[in-house]
Design a protein around this ligand. Structure first.
Ligand SMILES: NC(=O)c1ccc[n+]([C@@H]2O[C@H](COP(=O)([O-])OP(=O)(O)OC[C@H]3O[C@@H](n4cnc5c(N)ncnc54)[C@H](O)[C@@H]3O)[C@@H](O)[C@H]2O)c1
Length: 260
């Protein structure tokens, strides 16, 4: 139980990767604060954790709003007497996020708010609790699009994720002497509701699959394993780095997709 005694705040814990991370961290002994916009999905995660014998509470609100975000952290910290780790995971992908010429400004604004401003606000509200608990760790969920470009662009999402990665490095350097670590993860395409819309279309999936060396999407539980490790004391010398977890997508130059 590598997270015994830790209290972790997970944003977007009602969704695919967030829920898997919440369940994995709870199974490793952590008390989990499940933050989400949607009460029903956050509460479903809490129920699953409690059914398995773990500790969790739900805190509901919109993490793009400063006051709501601060209130969610206060409520979460009060539930377990503090916060030791923060997984900034909540995010969105808009269907009409495309190239810079096509993407509406409103889509850009909404995407930057949900994917980048929310991380800033969670750091603003959460870091005082982490420091009070003696340091701890911030894990930011970026994406492979923070590392490589794509000819199928989602310009606002990509820009937001690049910001998340840069912010991670700055946090790491700023707080290293205060024993607060900051790490980014960069997942490749993962089977969650976020990508379902793109993958539901047979033709779109066939096209996407050509760029996946393993020929499959990642599973949320595979990403959760990395999150649990990075949140643990086993990762005590890891800060400021980005962990790619993508089944080889960013390692590929040419893929042999002749095999099924
Ligand atoms: N699925 C992928 O292929 C993939 C790949 C790389 C990175 N990511 C990143 O992983 C993270 C999680 O994605 P997912 O695929 O699990 O998505 P998801 O849609 O399954 O879950 C996201 C969760 O975040 C919550 N959320 C969104 N905006 C919020 C807000 N303003 N306030 C509070 N909660 C909010 C949603 O309600 C949802 O429960 C995102 O940051 C995403 O960009 C996903």
């Amino acid at each position: 139980m590598r997270l015994q005694g830790k209290r972790i705040f997970i944003t977007g814990a009602g969704g695919g990767i967030g829920r898997a991370a919440a369940e994995k961290c709870a199974a490793e002994g952590a008390a989990v604060i499940c933050a989400d916009l949607h009460a029903a999905s956050a509460e479903a995660t809490v129920a699953a954790i409690r059914d398995a014998g773990g500790k969790a509470v739900a805190v509901i609100g919109n993490l793009t709003h400063e006051a709501a975000c601060a209130a969610m952290f206060a409520e979460g910290a009060a539930a377990f007497g503090g916060i030791d780790a923060l997984f900034n995971n909540a995010g969105i992908c808009a269907a009409d996020d495309a190239g810079p010429v096509e993407t509406p400004l409103a889509t850009w604004d909404k995407t930057i708010a949900a994917n980048l401003t929310s991380v800033f606000l969670c750091c603003k509200a959460g870091i005082p609790y982490l420091l009070e608990a003696g340091g701890g760790v911030i894990i930011n969920n970026a994406s492979i699009v923070a590392l490589v470009g794509s000819a199928f662009p989602q310009i606002a999402y990509t820009a937001a994720k690049g910001g998340v990665l840069s912010m991670t490095r700055e946090l790491a350097v700023m707080y290293a002497r205060k024993k607060l670590r900051a790490v980014a993860i960069c997942p490749g395409p993962t089977a969650t509701p976020l990508v379902q819309a793109f993958m539901a279309d047979e033709e779109a999936w066939k096209l996407r699959r050509r760029y996946l060396p393993m020929g499959r999407l990642g599973q949320p539980a595979e990403i959760a394993n990395l999150v649990a490790f990075l949140a643990s004391d086993e990762a005590s010398f890891i800060t400021g780095s980005a962990y790619t977890i993508d089944g080889g997508v960013t390692a590929a130059y040419v893929i042999d997709d002749s095999q099924t």
